[in-house]
Every structure is written in C-alpha cells, then in structure tokens.
Ligand binder design. Structure first.
Ligand SMILES: NC(=O)c1ccc[n+]([C@@H]2O[C@H](COP(=O)([O-])OP(=O)(O)OC[C@H]3O[C@@H](n4cnc5c(N)ncnc54)[C@H](O)[C@@H]3O)[C@@H](O)[C@H]2O)c1
Length: 428
C-alpha cells in the first residue's frame, strides 16, 4: 500500500468514486477490494484500440488513461504512418507504463481500422475525420466493441441513416457507446440542464447558439501529395470529409439545444457563404452560416457559426423560457428561480471516459449514438438549407440522396467540388 505512487492513489480514489456511482447490487463490495494493478489481465481490463491518431485521438487516449484504473492501449491505426508514429511517440513518452505497443500492433493505411478492431482491443476510440465514422462504427459494432466515438458521426444523410442502423444493432448487443459531445459529461452543464428540465425557466420559447471564431489550422500542400492526400491532410475544408464547419464544430452547440428541447428541429431555413476564406487552400467550404431552426412545438433556434479571423468570438448557448432565461454555457439561470453554478467544474474530456468505463464495468449500457446522430443530422440539415437557399424539412434532409463519401478511395486525382451557391445548388 505505502509503495503506491501518487498517480496510483489518485487512480484508486477515482476508481472508488466511479465504482460507487456505477455499482449495482453485489458488485460494489467485490470491486472496492480491487487495486489498479489487479486489472493487469483481469476481465474488467479496458484495452484501447485507437483509430485516427491525430490531435483528438491522441488526447482521447490520454484522457481515457487518466479516467480510470485498469486501462491500457493495445493497438493504434491511422491512414498516415507519420501521424501514427507521432502519436505513438507522444503517448509513449507521457504514459510509458500503459503504452508499450510493439510495431506489429501499429497499423497504417485505409484498412488500419480493420486491423485495430481485429486486435485484442475491447474499447475502440474513433477519432478520424467524420467521413469515415459510419464505416468504422459499423465495423466496431459488428465486432461487438464498446466505443468512444468523436463527433460528428457522419457528413451526410446516407451516413446518418447508416449510423442509426448501427445504433439499433449496438442496442441489441448491449454495447456501450459514448460520443465526444462532451458537454453532456460536464458537471456545470449537467447541473444547469437538470434545472432547465425541472422547469426553472418554465417552458422554453426560444433558443440561440453560436460557434463564432477565427480561423483554424491548414497544412501547406507538398509536391509529393496527390489530390486525395492533400484533401485528407486538410480535411476540415472539404465537405465530404468534415461536413463543413457547421457540422464539424457547431454540432456541439446544436447538441446542447437539442438536449434542452429533448428533440431535434423539424425544419431549417439558413444562409451562409464564403467571404474571407476564399483561397483554394481552404477547399470549398463556407466560412459562415446562420440558420433558423424550428422544432415541432414551434420553438425557433437561432444558430450561427463563423470561422473568420478578426471577427468577434462567441461560443455559447442560451434558452429563453416563459419564466426566465438560461445562459447554458455560463451555467446561470435568471428569473424567479435564479441560480448560478458555483461548484468546481470537471474535465468533461476525462469524465466521458470515466462514465463509459463505469457503464461497461457495471454492465449497464450507455448508448449516446442516437443523440449524436440526431445532432449531426440537425447540422447537416442546416448546411443543406444554406447551400441550396431552400427551406429543408427533417424528412427531406434525412431521406436525401446526398452521399458524399466515395465508396473506394485511392491515392490520386480528386477534383474539388464547386463552392455551393444558394439558388443554384440543388437539394438532392
Ligand atoms: N470533442 C471535441 O471537443 C473535439 C475536439 C477536436 C476534434 N474533435 C473531432 O475529432 C475528430 C478528429 O479531429 P482531430 O482534430 O484529431 O483531427 P486530426 O487531423 O488531428 O486527426 C485525424 C486523424 O485521423 C487520421 N485519419 C484520416 N482518415 C483516416 C482513416 N480513414 N483511417 C484511419 N485514420 C484516418 C488522420 O491521418 C489524422 O491523424 C474529428 O471528428 C473532430 O471533429 C472533437
């Protein structure tokens, strides 16, 4: 006992907390006796297989390792060997004990995901660009894996329909799936939303959400890169890879409003364009969107997102009710039931793994795939409306024939689609 490191002691404290929260019936007493090392080869061991070893995938592994004891990394895969090597090096330097992955468990190429899933991993982290999520989710669920999937979970309606089928399949198999819409695992958001759902602001009559910020990274094209490699290394700027920034980034804020409403909107009327980020290195996506969403009960959500350097920043969500107002991201409620969150907030990036692992160990499946699929679809519906200049209903959007991701990808030429023009771009 006294030889334990500070990290192990912290892990044990976290484990007891986690187990206490998740334990059901007789499992609690037995689990409290388990020290972290006892997981080394135990049936409760979490063995991570990472697919997509970029910034978020590498971060998610570190978060999972911090989230609970008995977690190891057993396999990694990325389409690009250099990204894989960089991630492996970073993780190995920081987490030498939990990460010692031999070369033969590191996979590069388009089929890397199959090899990671076929390893002895039992906890798959999906963190590639969203284009590949439906394919990877399908394969992971078919293999009976528990999954942490980054958002968004698709870029088009064809992908969402596939993910909704995967959700049903995962439910049948009692699999555990958490999505990277991490606000749903953040203490301040949870406490605020609990009050909204308990009626602290009365009935919600209007909502607003924003992700307005400056620019994001881009990678200069190298002479040896084919069109496809250039696009994949700059995936943010191509709708077939990212869904455009309304889907890739603003999905977080849209998800918060869907969470508050307990529903998704039924139609969208939007506009947007490309005004500041017009050079070819930024692919063909828009740099701003403004969408008026309408829910079935008539409530409107005003949603805006912008990636324009120098313009004002605003990343937030707010709700107006019959009895008050809630600034969700600030955790405040105004009105008769005025309230402000004053406790310590948590790291939602760690908590999402704590919650997933607790659900796995308690045998009580958590499955967030439908929620994140609906929020992703909401963002896609907004994009469709802005690209075409038409009002788009949920049914039109979900049944759209738009299928942006090529069935087979090969390194080589790949034309960049034209920038969408409202009034000319067709709704398909
Ligand atoms: N929840 C959050 O707050 C949050 C934050 C950042 C990113 N994300 C999401 O995480 C995902 C990844 O974003 P990122 O910032 O890490 O991007 P990134 O470019 O740093 O990483 C993506 C990685 O996936 C690899 N990849 C691409 N296609 C692949 C394929 N078919 N198979 C295997 N690997 C493939 C790339 O080579 C790259 O290493 C995105 O969906 C993004 O929206 C979520």
């Amino acid at each position: 006992m006294k030889n334990r490191t500070r990290k192990e002691n912290r892990s044990r404290r976290d484990f007891i907390k986690t187990t206490t929260a998740a334990a059901v019936g007789g499992t609690l007493a037995s689990r409290l006796d388990v020290i972290p090392g006892a997981y080394a080869a135990g049936s409760d061991e979490i063995r991570i297989g990472l697919i997509g070893c970029g910034g978020r995938g590498t971060g998610a592994v570190a978060n999972a390792l911090e989230s609970a004891p008995g977690v190891r990394v057993v396999a990694m895969g990325d389409v690009f060997k250099d990204r894989l090597d960089e991630s492996r090096k970073n993780l190995t330097e920081k987490h030498a004990e939990e990460i010692a992955i031999p070369e033969e468990r590191c996979f590069a190429g388009f089929d890397a995901f199959e090899k990671v899933i076929a390893s002895d991993a039992n906890y798959i982290i999906l963190a590639t660009p969203p284009a590949f999520r439906p394919l990877h989710l399908k394969a992971a669920v078919a293999a009976g894996m528990n999954i942490f999937t980054e958002k968004p979970v698709a870029v088009d309606a064809a992908g969402i329909r596939a993910v909704l089928e995967v959700y049903e399949e995962a439910k049948k198999k009692n699999l555990h799936i958490v999505a990277g819409t991490q606000r749903r695992h953040q203490t301040g958001y949870l406490e605020t939303m609990k009050r909204v759902h308990d009626g602290a602001i009365g009935r919600i009559v209007a909502a607003r959400c924003y992700w307005n910020q400056g620019g994001l990274w881009k990678k200069d094209r190298q002479p040896e890169w084919s069109d496809l490699e250039w696009q994949m290394r700059n995936w943010l700027y191509f709708t077939w890879l990212s869904g455009d920034h309304i889907v890739e980034q603003h999905v977080h804020n849209i998800d918060v409003v869907n969470w508050a409403m307990g529903a998704h909107p039924v139609r969208a009327t939007g506009m947007g364009g490309r005004q500041a980020r017009v050079q070819p290195e930024y692919g063909h996506i828009f740099d701003h969107f403004a969408i008026d969403y309408e829910y079935e009960n008539g409530v409107h959500l005003m949603s805006m997102c912008r990636q324009i350097p120098g313009a004002a920043n605003n990343v937030s969500e707010s709700l107006t009710g019959t009895k008050g107002h809630c600034q969700v991201n600030r955790y405040t409620i105004e009105g008769d039931k005025a309230w402000r969150f004053r406790d310590e907030d948590n790291s939602p990036y760690v908590q999402e793994h704590t919650d997933l692992i607790a659900s796995i160990r308690a045998g009580k499946p958590i499955n967030e795939l439908k929620n994140v699929a609906e929020s992703t679809m909401t963002a896609i519906m907004g994009r469709m409306s802005a690209y075409t200049g038409k009002m788009v209903s949920w049914d039109q959007a979900l049944n759209s024939k738009e299928d942006l991701v090529p069935a087979k990808l090969e390194w080589g030429p790949m034309p960049v689609p034209a920038v969408a023009v409202p009034g000319q771009t067709e709704l398909i």
